[in-house]
Design a protein around this ligand. Structure first.
Ligand SMILES: [Zn+2]
Length: 417
């Protein structure tokens, strides 16, 4: 075929959006938003087949052509760390804390994570699904097209599998991509008090093979902390998980430095999450191991922490930073990825452009989706949002004032009323 024929042949597309502004994916610095003005995008079968200046666009035969009216088109937002499947609520504990009770006393009286585990175990699968769906919808209305959800409030074979089945159903029944993570090593259940290694044996020898057989999770996570599991125990868990073909990631260096980051790096994990107490040596290890830093300002805010993650070190060593809600019933009841991005700016010093990347392309990287999601680019999934703001920085700055005008997941328009 001659060049002339190629130019003349119309390209089949499902949807073409003309006359939009797009945030580019490469910037000269963290301060300058790269912008593609007067752009056009097109997709077919849920993937972009053209992204570029309207002047360069080929002729399309499209089922639908949309005039973007010079509005902004961004990638779908990605929340790469949540615990949004759970039973009950801990608002009563929040109220007690605010009235002056001590967290230790509340926990001793059966509160805290123990309470959530009991409430989660008590719910049947359908009720658990319905309550999780109610928490996921506000994120989706705000523009989230991919979300990671962890188990970790079951802490028994039966209840962890129940949680993971609910997580898979959310993926199957809602217009959102859900990355499922098995976090059975979240806390020690009461039945195993004083026997952490026995509990770990149960996860390794019984639970993970069942999770694999039913294909219920993509990744395995651990809470590596003095009050949870040690670096040695995390190593044992990750060795078993990677042998079964799971990707790994960790809750590390949140309340102290427990050397969990090294374990994540040793196994070339996807992400090291929280990382408030991480050292420069550990940051360097993350850079050379390709590990993304997942920053969770919601937990920092609710726990009134003071140790901030070392944002400057991550910048200096070029460790990609993602931001997530950590949506959970206790330490981060935060159902807004844009508010999490705002917290990243106000509490930790992210620039708005860094925060935007932290909830799009870097969040995609934290889930292993970096060649598939988080950018508006050729061959990527057509997860995108049309907005009426004057500039995307407004969505990071102005809390709860912006929702997408239109939103697509895998090329299909979402109706999220
Ligand atoms: Zn978490």
């Amino acid at each position: 075929m001659s060049n002339q024929d190629e130019i003349m042949a119309p390209l089949n597309a499902d949807v073409v959006i003309e006359n939009v502004r797009i945030v580019g994916s490469t910037a000269r610095s963290a301060k300058v938003w790269p912008v593609l003005e007067n752009a056009c995008v097109a997709w077919r079968n849920g993937q972009f087949i053209f992204v570029g200046p309207s002047a360069d666009a080929p002729t399309f035969t499209a089922k639908q052509v949309i005039d973007g009216q010079n509005q902004w088109l961004t990638p779908g937002l990605i929340d790469c760390h949540t615990h949004l499947v759970y039973g009950g609520s801990r608002a009563d504990e929040f109220e007690l804390l605010q009235m002056g009770e001590r967290y230790e006393d509340i926990a001793r009286a059966g509160g805290g994570i123990k309470k959530t585990v009991a409430a989660t175990r008590a719910l049947d699968e359908q009720t658990l699904f319905d309550s999780a769906r109610k928490r996921l919808l506000p994120l989706m209305r705000e523009g989230v097209t991919s979300v990671e959800i962890k188990s970790g409030y079951g802490l028994s074979i039966e209840s962890e599998l129940k949680m993971l089945r609910v997580i898979r159903r959310l993926n199957d029944e809602l217009p959102v991509t859900v990355s499922a993570t098995c976090l059975a090593a979240h806390a020690l259940p009461l039945e195993y008090a004083g026997r952490a290694d026995d509990y770990l044996d149960m996860i390794i020898n019984e639970l993970l093979p069942l999770v694999k057989a039913e294909n219920l999770a993509d990744s395995v996570d651990v809470f590596c902390e003095s009050i949870a599991f040690s670096a040695e125990q995390a190593t044992r868990l990750f060795a078993a998980a990677t042998a079964l073909g799971f990707k790994v990631k960790g809750h590390v260096e949140q309340l102290s430095n427990s050397q969990g980051t090294e374990v994540v790096c040793n196994f070339l994990g996807l992400s090291a999450d929280h990382v408030e107490y991480v050292t420069e040596t550990q940051v360097q290890r993350m850079a050379t191991s390709g590990v993304t830093a997942v920053i969770l300002p919601g937990a920092f805010y609710f726990l009134k922490e003071t140790q901030k993650p070392p944002i400057d070190l991550f910048r200096q060593h070029q460790v990609p930073m993602a931001i997530a809600t950590d949506l959970n019933p206790g330490s981060s009841p935060l159902g807004s990825i844009l508010m999490a991005a705002n917290f990243g700016c106000v509490l930790f010093g992210f620039t708005p452009y860094e925060a935007f990347n932290a909830v799009t392309k870097n969040a995609a990287r934290a889930l292993g989706f970096e060649n598939q999601k988080g950018r508006i680019a050729l061959g990527y999934d057509a997860d995108c949002l049309l907005w009426s703001f004057d500039h995307p920085r407004q969505a990071i700055h102005e809390i709860n004032l912006h929702q997408p005008v239109q939103s697509w997941h895998l090329g299909k328009e979402r109706d999220l009323i």
